[in-house]
Design a protein around this ligand. Structure first.
Ligand SMILES: Nc1ncnc2c1ncn2[C@@H]1O[C@H](COP(=O)(O)OP(=O)(O)O)[C@@H](O)[C@H]1O
Ligand SMILES: [Mg+2]
Length: 282
């Protein structure tokens, strides 16, 4: 775990500086300003304003269909805003020249909902893909980095396995090893624990925490799993489908206990407020 990978040429050529382990919440890393997101004329969310700080594990939460995955696509450069800005430090992702945008995007590691491994490739081949594509490393160097990343997610020795030969939790971790191949400064996850049993889900949460701490990465996670939200999140935004905007932001535990909006408290208490209200009526 202690092995540093900050000397990998990919990272250096991307011009990024290795990040020291910082306590979360001290320096803005991603700033979203007046963001409006739409598919064609259909507005999904508007007036989004929030900051993800360096070292945060930032949770994007809200009910199904409110626009969480869509927001993630805007943050990683896959979908352009209808209005507003996404800033990395002081750089506007969507105003940047294509080359500069690609350079910014190289600093991201993304783990999609499905894990999205190629089934015809071994785990090592999957993890090696971004290294082959984006760096000039030779095969021996690539193999070394792949082994290091697989060890980091607890999959040492599974290099030659195919995705179908391992469990769902292991596939997620292999996807994570691939997301980390280029030493990303920011890791993005869409519903990382979807389809996992509670134990595997918890292992993945612990791994996310460990990686944040050891690599000094910033992490943005889309999830509605309460156990995960409270276990790993120190900051968050809550998207509401009815009003089509964010209705809360901040530490999820504080929101659960103190948020003025009952909808947010109710969500974070797994509907307990509704139940109490119904109980009072009965
Ligand atoms: N490619 C698309 N084209 C049109 N509408 C979409 C597309 N993707 C998602 N939507 C719609 O946008 C809304 C938000 O979707 P999504 O971001 O996937 O929500 P969440 O991840 O919070 O469940 C939903 O109403 C969904 O049907
Ligand atoms: Mg989604």
């Amino acid at each position: 775990m202690a092995a540093s990978t900050t000397d990998i040429p990919a990272r250096q050529s991307a011009g990024a500086t290795p990040t020291a382990a910082l306590s979360p919440g001290t320096e803005p890393h991603i700033t979203v300003q007046n963001l409006e997101m739409s598919y064609g004329d259909f507005v999904i969310q508007r007036n989004l304003n929030f900051t993800i700080n360096r070292g945060d594990i930032f949770i994007i939460m809200g009910g199904s269909g409110c626009g969480k995955s869509t927001l993630l696509k805007h943050l990683v450069g896959l979908k352009s805003p209808a209005k507003g800005e996404v800033l990395f430090g002081s750089q506007d992702l969507w105003q940047a020249e294509p080359e500069e945008q690609a350079r910014l995007m190289r600093r991201f590691g993304i783990l999609y909902q499905s894990g999205a491994l190629w089934s015809s490739m071994t785990l090592a081949e999957n993890v090696a893909l971004p290294l082959g594509e984006f760096t000039d490393l030779n095969p021996r160097e690539i193999r070394q980095i792949v082994s290091l990343k697989m060890a980091l997610v607890g999959l040492a020795g599974f290099e030659d396995f195919y995705p179908s030969e391992i469990s769902g939790g292991m596939r997620k971790r292999a996807g994570l090893a691939r997301a980390m191949a280029l030493d990303p400064e920011i890791l993005f996850f869409d519903e990382p624990s979807a389809g996992l049993d509670p134990i595997s889900s918890r292992m993945l949460d612990n791994l996310i925490l460990e990686l944040r701490d050891s690599l000094g990465a910033t992490v943005a996670v889309v999830t509605h799993e309460l156990a995960s939200i409270f276990a790993i999140g120190n900051n968050s935004v809550f998207l509401d489908a009815d009003t089509k905007t964010m209705i809360a932001q901040g530490d999820p535990k504080k929101l659960r206990d103190e948020c003025p909006d009952a909808k947010v408290r109710n969500f974070l208490m797994r509907g307990q407020l509704d139940q109490q209200a119904n109980g009072a009526q009965a």
